[in-house]
Write a protein that binds this ligand. Structure first.
Ligand SMILES: [Zn+2]
Length: 284
């Protein structure tokens, strides 16, 4: 099986990152039992989160939230280094195809994108702006430009087959570094317009490195590094117990009236069951 890989490159003062997230998006969609449409939305958001996390320092984290008035309710993804997790508000969402494509924009509707950067030696930074079209890639591009003054170009693609299985998923990210040549940006812009959808490239078996080579055609492409990426949730039984420990004795007593207490992790759909005894033992 092909591995999920993120490759970082530079092209004459421009950062280009590309990644294949096929397996991890498939895994997330299986965990959340998402519809075709919800799979596309979740896959795009998780892929976008990994691309943005790749521009951050070690142990820094990014959270993306797309919240609109559409039937999917919200799409959330958060990534740290090589790991990502995410969920959608309504995993069963269904809409007719829009010009033959899964209508992610219609599922999300009008609303806002919220981006939170959890930085290493600083308070978390949250910014938001209106969604452009709810298709996720354009919304991230617009957010980076208007809220963080970073001109970038983001492409995301998820291909779901008729059985609802994720066939391919991935994306790329192009960002001008300070002082880069205008002519290089124009050449890249031309290349982007001449390049097929990222899902088509992945379907043809192109690796992230090959995608960077295609985007940087005619320019000096420098591949920096590649690393595997994965779906990973930070929840655990211990972490849930720690959260329960913050409850007051009165709240614990009240939970302890039930034979079992179930705690559900939104991000990975895991359910943790605690017995009455386990709960009552949490009393101070
Ligand atoms: Zn979890």
């Amino acid at each position: 099986m092909k591995q999920d890989i993120l490759t970082k490159g530079t092209v004459e003062g421009v950062r280009i990152y590309a990644l294949d997230t096929t397996n991890l998006v498939r895994e997330a969609c299986e965990k959340h039992k998402t519809s075709h449409l919800a799979s596309a939305a979740l896959g795009r958001a998780m892929t976008g989160a990994l691309l943005l996390a790749a521009t951050m320092k070690d142990a820094e984290r990014i959270g993306l939230r797309f919240k609109g008035d559409g039937p999917i309710e919200e799409v959330v993804a958060d990534a740290e280094g090589d790991s990502v997790r995410g969920y959608v508000g309504n995993p069963d969402v269904f809409l007719s195809l829009n010009e033959g494509k899964l209508d992610v924009g219609g599922a999300i509707g009008r609303g806002t994108i919220t981006v939170t950067r959890y930085l290493k030696n600083a308070n978390p930074f949250t910014g938001y702006c209106d969604l452009v079209d709810g298709e996720i890639a354009n919304d991230i591009t617009n957010y980076l430009y208007t809220s963080e003054q970073t001109p970038s170009s983001v492409a995301l693609g998820v291909l779901v087959n008729k059985d609802g299985v994720v066939e391919v998923a991935g994306g790329y990210f192009i960002q001008a570094l300070p002082g880069c040549d205008e002519a290089v940006l124009e050449a890249l812009d031309h290349n982007v317009r001449m390049t097929p959808y990222v899902s088509q490239l992945l379907e043809l078996g192109y690796t992230p490195e090959k995608i960077i080579q295609i985007l940087g055609k005619g320019l000096d492409v420098n591949i920096l590094e590649s690393y595997p990426v994965k779906f990973k949730c930070r929840c655990s039984r211990d972490a849930v117990l720690k959260t329960l420990l913050t409850l007051s004795d009165a709240d614990i007593e009240s939970l302890g009236e039930d034979d079992e207490t179930e705690v559900h992790c939104h991000f990975c759909n895991e359910r943790y069951i605690f017995t009455k005894e386990e709960i009552l033992n949490l009393r101070k």
